[in-house]
Design a protein around this ligand. Structure first.
Ligand SMILES: Nc1ncnc2c1ncn2[C@@H]1O[C@H](COP(=O)(O)OP(=O)(O)OP(=O)(O)O)[C@@H](O)[C@H]1O
Length: 254
């Protein structure tokens, strides 16, 4: 079966200017992100992974080239169109949870729901059911500083999915967590993907990358390679890890 494309880039470029210096962080990338995939973006530090994620999600503007969401051109959106796109179509998970420090976990998760204009009662029900699914409902009246890093990150995932986004972007979502907390977060993402949620995750951790069915390797701002896996069952993690490891070793870079 052919997979539907959710995001497409054509000749995508991003150049950062600092003073008189220019740095070409993303160089002429043509890429398709498919619906229902758990896409993983890997690469060495500074290769352009986060920049690519910002461009795919409309968080930053392109220098040249085109980005399409389904068939709709995104890089020419007005600020208003972009704000509504971000609120309604995408969810974004950062390395550190980025929760609002003086709002409770419940309020943090509910906030994008209120901003999107969803009726309060509906938001409340949805927040409670997502918190329950992520085993953080007991912490709902606590502030972010009063819960563990893993619980903060689960709240950040809950916040990212409150408006039922078509696609979730995650930038090193386990980067600030200990091993067990990281596995718990990856399990949640894996389960969401099994339910059909499209995910694009940046990571340099091979264990985290194993959760993806399509791996895109970025090297010096370009696509340096790709790996695809057909289906996922938890007992395949070890095999995938070995495959990714040998792929990277053969090429001499991440
Ligand atoms: N705002 C900026 N101004 C100038 N250069 C930048 C800016 N943001 C990123 N860069 C440069 O662009 C390159 C790509 O950065 P990016 O953050 O996308 O890399 P990355 O692969 O995500 O790295 P890491 O794994 O270390 O987070 C780096 O060389 C970085 O120094």
């Amino acid at each position: 079966m052919t997979k539907a494309t959710i995001i497409q880039t054509k000749n995508l470029c991003k150049t950062y200017s600092t003073g008189s210096e220019q740095f070409h962080a993303i160089r002429n990338i043509d890429l398709n992100i498919y619906q229902g995939d758990f896409t993983v973006i890997m690469g060495d530090s500074g290769s352009g992974k986060s920049t690519l994620l910002y461009l795919l999600s409309g968080l930053d503007s392109v220098t040249a080239g085109e980005v399409y969401f389904h068939q709709q051109r995104m890089d020419t959106f007005s600020d208003k169109e972009l704000a509504s796109f971000r609120a309604g179509k995408i969810g974004y998970i950062y390395q550190s949870s980025n929760l609002v420090p003086d709002l409770t976990l419940f309020e943090n998760i509910a906030l994008p729901g209120y901003v999107a204009g969803t009726p309060k009662r509906e938001v409340k029900q949805k927040v409670l059911s997502i918190m329950q699914a992520m085993s953080i409902e007991g912490q709902r009246f606590r502030l972010p500083a009063e819960v563990s890093g893993g619980q903060q990150q689960r709240a950040a995932i809950a916040r990212a999915i409150i408006n039922t986004p078509e696609i979730i972007f995650a930038d090193e979502p386990t980067g600030s967590l200990n091993y067990d907390q990281g596995v718990a977060v990856l399990d949640i993402l894996t389960e969401m993907n099994a339910g059909g949620q499209s995910i694009v995750m940046v990571t340099h951790d091979i264990k985290a990358a194993c959760r993806g069915n399509r791996l895109i390797f970025i090297r010096d701002g370009k696509v340096g390679g790709m790996l695809e896996f057909s289906s996922f069952t938890p007992d395949q993690l070890q095999d995938r890890e070995s495959l990714i490891f040998s792929y990277i070793s053969e090429r001499g870079n991440v």
